[in-house]
Design a protein around this ligand. Structure first.
Ligand SMILES: Nc1ncnc2c1ncn2[C@@H]1O[C@H](COP(=O)(O)OP(=O)(O)OP(=O)(O)O)[C@@H](O)[C@H]1O
Ligand SMILES: [Mg+2]
Length: 242
């Protein structure tokens, strides 16, 4: 494959816990093409979060190499990694991680404060993003005045703020009921296609994973299977899930 947005070679991460070494991931080789929507599945403790955290440049591997959008990030200094994170990567977490004292629009504006955009441009874009995720009428609500599904929509809008080519989501549907699970994963899928974004999502949920174009299964820190590769724009919308 030529147009890889992510290419990991022999990634390992071990955690030192006193006398013991705990293996997070070991020898992970992975290539993800631009425009894919990939799900990562695996048992609890298998290394999914460890892998996603490294792919998102929030942690570093002990061994191996990671290329993101053509840049070898493995040995970059922290300041350069921070730049990659803000320019290239949008993050979505299970627990939403919204600022409780800011309303929906202000939460979405936050990542844009590190850019050269004016306050007016930031507000304008935040409003557009909230519209994109179906929350145009909720911009003044603080997180506590939003449902769980709505909070996750805000966090997705926030993740898209700087037009990242890559969206990383760790159990984005983990705190949602089954109707919202399906809606959120479909939203991620739709946005990936519309915004020409690559999405990588960790999930425990079979139905959620079935929406992805490829499922990577990891166990004991290693990739065990890596099936189907379909660009998200070529995927047929599946109906009747809920
Ligand atoms: N910061 C850390 N310090 C020490 N050990 C860690 C750390 N982070 C993860 N681990 C260990 O690495 C292994 C993989 O953990 P990880 O969080 O990646 O699993 P996971 O697949 O995301 O699990 P879950 O489905 O429960 O979220 C586990 O054995 C865990 O205890
Ligand atoms: Mg995890």
């Amino acid at each position: 494959m030529t147009d890889a947005i992510l290419r990991a070679t022999g990634l390992s991460r071990t955690f030192q816990m006193g006398e013991r070494n705990v293996i997070g991931i070991r020898g992970v080789d992975l290539e993800i093409a631009r425009g894919e929507f990939v799900a990562i599945r695996g048992p609890s403790g298998s290394g999914k979060t460890t892998l996603l955290t490294i792919l998102g440049c929030l942690d570093r591997p002990n061994e191996g190499q990671l290329m993101i959008d053509g840049t070898d990030v493995t040995a970059l200094p922290e300041s350069a990694l921070a730049r990659i994170r803000s320019d290239k990567i949008g993050f979505v977490f299970q627990s939403f991680n919204l600022m409780p004292f800011l309303n929906a629009r202000e939460n979405v504006e936050l990542p844009m404060e590190l850019t050269s955009m004016t306050a007016q441009e930031r507000t304008q874009r935040a409003k557009e993003l909230l519209k994109l995720v179906g929350l145009a009428d909720r911009e003044d609500h603080r997180p506590s005045r939003l449902s769980a599904g709505e909070q996750q929509r805000v966090s997705i809008a926030r993740a898209l703020a700087n037009r990242p080519p890559l969206l990383l989501a760790d159990e984005p549907t983990g705190n949602l009921d089954s109707k919202n699970k399906v809606e959120i994963v479909r939203l991620i899928r739709r946005l990936s296609a519309e915004q020409n974004m690559t999405s990588v999502m960790v999930t425990h949920d079979n139905r959620v994973a079935s929406q992805a174009g490829r499922v990577i299964f990891i166990k004991d820190g290693q990739v065990r299977s890596n099936k189907n590769r379909v660009p998200v724009k070529d995927m047929v919308e599946e109906e009747g899930l809920d």
